[in-house]
Design a protein around this ligand. Structure first.
Ligand code: CMP
Length: 138
């Protein structure tokens, strides 16, 4: 079984759709392996998105990700990485397929409700960024 990391971003938490988002993952066969609600400092948000350091949106993305609580979730299942990204939809909600989370709820390419790891390497880095071994073992 593969594991991936999803984040319900500050805009998703403010819209009070944590349950709706988790439910979409569960209805598609993914299981919640670990979950918690936390607030990142700007420095922590910058660390998490370090791969985007050179992008023009890096500062603004880090401000957004630290503006309020987020929910970090480890999802587990067959092809969890690909499946999660399919349920989430394209980065820009305008390009996202119908019935994806971003198409249904996101306001813009930056404030796009949810994040999902894009590869096994990023999933490993991102899960270990938020969860200890004790929190994810079952
Ligand atoms: P995410 O899947 O979390 O990965 C990186 C994030 O950067 C992305 O979702 C968006 O929130 C943000 N992002 C990506 N591209 C842009 C862009 N062109 N302008 C602003 N924010 C962006």
């Amino acid at each position: 079984m593969e594991k991936t990391l999803a984040i319900i971003k500050p805009d998703g938490v403010k819209k009070n759709i944590i349950g709706e988002i988790i439910s979409r993952f569960e209805k598609n066969g993914l299981m919640v392996s670990a979950i918690k609600k936390i607030t990142l400092s700007k420095e922590e948000a910058k660390d998490f998105y370090i791969v985007h350091e050179e992008r023009p949106f890096y500062e603004s993305l880090s401000d957004f990700m630290s503006e309020g609580p987020i929910v970090v979730v480890v999802l587990e299942g067959e092809n969890a990485i690909t499946k999660t990204r399919k349920i989430i939809g394209a980065t820009n909600p305008a390009d996202a397929d119908p019935s994806t989370i971003r198409r249904d709820f996101a306001e813009s390419i930056e404030r796009n409700i949810v994040h999902g790891s894009d590869s096994p390497e990023s999933a490993a880095f991102e899960i270990s960024y938020f969860f200890s071994e004790m929190e994810i073992r079952h």
